[in-house]
Write a protein that binds this ligand. Structure first.
Ligand code: E4P
Length: 220
């Protein structure tokens, strides 16, 4: 399973990278705004900085256009920024058409805002490299986010789709564990749930005891 970090902040990307477990990055317009990136030129430069930081890992950069021609224009521009840029496109009719065209051009895509198995099936048929089911946002409205991951996994396995399942909208460490159990290819997580996987109170207590006993043995 691949670990992506869901942030546009370079400090967070570097922290996750320093752990040696980072495979890529996902961003979206909200995360870019949260990172304080303003203006189109600055955004493009920031995508390049992220892409350099995690190369050869994939970096998802999202289009803003919602019409076919506009999506294609933006996608082609984003794809020229770095070889590890994957263009993120929403699951709308023009997005689907654009995913097919971009696939034929050799441009990789991440189909985003997936909330149903049917949307994921369409994106896979169109040739998306990744689909991003949003688990947390479903849980937020009392739907079962995890069952979306398992439904998509069954459908993709039935037909041998190569499209990778990228579990997104992660809120807590159990979302990561459950996604791994269900066979998601990638989980993209904010730094906090990712770091929470590391900690266990019994590890802390056990380590403290080992160190105390060592000191007693050495120092008397
Ligand atoms: C990443 O690809 C998604 O845009 C992101 O995970 C959405 O997360 P949120 O629901 O916490 O905004």
């Amino acid at each position: 399973m691949k670990f992506f970090i869901d942030t546009a902040r370079l400090d967070e990307i570097r922290e996750a990278k320093s752990l040696g477990i980072l495979d890529g990055v996902t961003t979206n317009p909200s995360l870019m705004a949260k990172a304080g990136i303003k203006g189109r030129e600055n955004m493009l430069a920031h995508y390049q900085a992220i892409a350099r930081e995690v190369a050869p890992g994939d970096v998802s950069a999202e289009v803003i256009a919602t019409d076919y021609e506009g999506i294609l224009r933006e996608a082609r521009e984003l794809a020229t920024l770095a070889p590890n840029i994957v263009v993120k496109i929403p699951i709308i009719a023009d997005g689907l058409k654009a995913i097919r065209t971009l696939k034929d051009e050799g441009i990789r895509t991440n189909c985003t805002l997936i909330f149903s198995p049917g949307q994921a099936l369409l994106a896979a048929k169109a040739g998306a490299t990744y689909v991003s089911p949003f688990i947390g946002r479903l849980d937020d409205i009392s739907h079962d986010g995890m069952s979306l991951i398992s439904d998509i996994a069954v459908i993709f396995a039935n037909y041998g789709f190569e499209t990778q399942i990228l579990a997104a909208s992660i809120r807590h460490p159990m979302h990561i564990i459950e996604s791994a159990k269900l066979g998601a290819d990638v989980v993209t997580s904010p730094l906090k749930p990712l770091m929470a996987l590391l900690h266990h109170p019994l590890t802390d207590r056990g380590l403290q005891k080992f160190l105390e006993d060592y000191r007693k043995a050495v120092e008397g």
